[in-house]
Design a protein. Structure first.
Length: 239
């Protein structure tokens, strides 16, 4: 009986220690990964049909995130936004349009996945550290409380201990995908989504000019026209 109590006590202390280390690590990640005045990286999204690492890949997509002081680009596939002080541009390369929206002040926002992560962390139930063979990388498994608001039961996060950049985040969903025979989805798959970050601060990721509104459109007597970079795009201001 005493032995069981000691085991439970050790387990509780161990979990608390991991939770405290996780909190400190996440503070550093936020500082280096999100609050940095300048950062750029590519993103890869891999959706798999179940929670197993080697399960079938249903879809893959790419994106990127670039920030330089008060300006940032957030892209998923062929759609992205440019946020600058006082203005947001929404660009769709498939539909060939640019939408311009004025905004008051400097509306700085975290990347979508980081905002989501911060919301999840309000409902943490248990944190454990996973064994990994990757040098200078630690991985945490974060179990969440069973809250209806959360579409996932847990997530894993891998952090580079030298840069404290987040290298991968994996979300484990609770509900099955909708049936879609055209894409070979039966409606029974309860997926995992791997979000992989790479090419940190690689100059090839973007052109500095992309962070300027003049790269996209010109304005003459309230009329907006696309630049040569976006020839034949429809440009409109939305209110």
């Amino acid at each position: 009986m005493k032995k069981s109590i000691y085991i439970l006590l050790f387990s509780a202390i161990n979990c608390l220690a991991f939770s405290q280390t996780f909190e400190k690590d996440m503070e550093t990640v936020y500082k280096n990964f999100v609050s940095a005045s300048k950062i750029a990286y590519n993103i890869k999204y891999v959706l798999k049909e179940n929670h197993n690492d080697n399960s079938r890949i249903i879809s893959q997509n790419t994106g990127r995130y670039i920030k330089s002081k008060s300006k940032c680009i957030s892209q998923y596939a062929t759609k992205y936004t440019l946020t600058v002080p006082g203005e947001i541009l929404m660009v769709d390369k498939d539909e060939k349009f640019i939408r311009v929206k004025k905004q008051a002040g400097d509306d700085k926002k975290d990347p979508d996945f980081m905002s989501q992560l911060k919301e999840y962390n309000k409902g943490i139930d248990k944190v454990t550290r996973l064994t990994t063979n990757k040098k200078d990388v630690i991985t945490y498994n974060v179990q969440l409380k069973n809250i209806a608001l959360y579409g996932i039961s847990r997530y894993e996060i891998s952090i580079n201990t030298k840069t404290f950049y987040m290298e991968q985040m994996t979300l484990f969903y609770k509900q099955p995908l909708k049936k879609d025979p055209q894409n070979n989805i039966q409606g029974t798959e309860v997926p995992r989504l791997e979000i992989i970050f790479s090419d940190f601060n690689n100059q090839k990721i973007y052109n500095e000019a992309e962070l300027e509104t003049g790269f996209y459109y010109t304005k003459d007597n309230k009329k907006l026209s696309p630049t040569a970079n976006f020839k034949n795009y429809d440009v409109k201001e939305i209110f």
